[in-house]
Design a protein around this ligand. Structure first.
Ligand code: ACO
Length: 319
């Protein structure tokens, strides 16, 4: 059997930090409100000239170093992003050039906050099919550019950053299973409903959200998709060593873990330090837990994401 295994992780957060106290000076909010409603204390903001591909490059270099993989060995690049450098070419192609990787398929995946789970599942399929050997899978976002900084209901939630993994062909698992879902009928509850036409922005190019609806939907589908992953593999919730959820909101994370009966000691939560970084949030949390030694060889790691679309999914890994 051919499997894919994560052989290296990396992440990157921009230098500039925007704290809740900084936000108190910008909109009518408070550190207490943001912490108690979301669990976020600060977020990182990309420099003016820093693009999604630049952050992806930093995270990718770290992941490739951890995996001891050179640019010549990468034969597939998938980037999950909702905030690409430009309309086209894809951020994956720009990253390919910056890394000096020659002639391999490179493309973006757009599944908003589920993007990394979608990208990882896609890369796994290509590797399992025997087509490619060493894939670079990245989540990178500059949400600071699509936030209305006068809208307190959204601007306090998000931040910028990137995370990456190197996935390699192996004869032992690896990624055990992946589970992807979407329901476009929920397209309006979380959206940035703008586009470019004739050189002008049409519609609203900022994040808009029905917070309460998103909250309820997220908790419901995250619980469902974890049960789906467990059932397919004849596992119990207690068999999961680490749950790596999308880092949107600590209350969503706690509610989901509670419903699943997974103690918070087994949940990796990093959002306090970087807020919701959309497609970058899962690989950022993953890299943290790999580097601080929490995730160990042979453990079951379950990543789960949910985001605009609506999209959601999970990837179960034997580390
Ligand atoms: N500071 C202070 N007050 C605020 C702020 C703020 N930043 N934002 C909203 N409020 C006010 C509202 O105006 C409202 O005031 P009112 O009662 O006078 O009308 C009050 O706080 C309560 O507003 P709600 O929206 O009901 O607050 P809620 O407790 O639902 O929390 C939140 C809002 C945090 C967005 C919540 O709905 C939530 O967690 N939703 C999940 C969405 C989420 O996390 N999205 C991230 C992206 S989605 C994803 O990644 C899947």
């Amino acid at each position: 059997m051919i499997y894919s295994r994560v052989i290296g992780t990396g992440s990157y957060l921009p230098e500039k930090i925007l704290t809740n106290q900084d936000l108190e000076q910008m909109v009518d909010t408070s550190d207490e409100w943001i912490r108690s409603r979301t669990g976020i204390a600060q977020r990182h903001i990309a420099a003016d000239n820093e693009m999604a591909s630049d952050m992806a490059l930093n995270a990718s270099r770290e992941a490739m170093k951890a995996a001891s993989v050179s640019a010549e060995e990468i034969d597939l690049i998938i980037v999950a992003t909702t905030t690409p450098d430009v309309i086209f070419p894809s951020t994956a192609c720009i990253l390919q050039d910056k890394l000096g990787v020659k002639d391999c398929p490179a493309f973006d995946v757009q599944a908003v906050c589920s993007g990394f789970v979608y990208a990882l599942a896609t890369a796994d399929m290509f590797i399992r099919a025997g087509k490619y050997r060493t894939a670079l899978v990245v989540g990178t976002e500059v949400y600071s550019r699509i936030l209305d900084w006068s809208d307190r209901s959204t601007c306090v939630l998000f931040g910028d950053g990137a995370g990456a993994v190197v996935l390699s062909r192996s004869d032992r698992p690896g990624i055990i299973s992946s589970h992807l879902h979407a329901d476009g009928s929920y397209k309006n509850i979380l959206t940035a409903p703008g586009n470019v036409c004739g050189g002008k922005v049409q519609g609203t190019p900022f994040v808009m959200m029905e917070g309460n609806t998103v909250f309820k939907f997220a908790v419901k589908v995250l619980e469902e998709v974890v049960h789906e992953a467990l059932a397919e593999n004849n596992l119990k919730a207690s068999d999961i060593d680490w749950l790596i959820p999308h880092q949107a909101n600590i209350r969503i994370i706690i509610s989901t873990a509670k419903k699943l009966g997974i103690p918070m000691e087994k949940v990796v939560a990093t959002l306090e330090k970087h807020g919701n970084t959309s497609a970058a949030s899962i690989p950022l949390a993953l890299d943290t837990a790999v580097r601080d030694g929490r995730i160990k060889s042979g453990q079951h790691v379950l990543m789960e994401g949910v985001g605009g679309g609506f999209t959601w999914g999970a990837v179960l890994v034997c580390w």
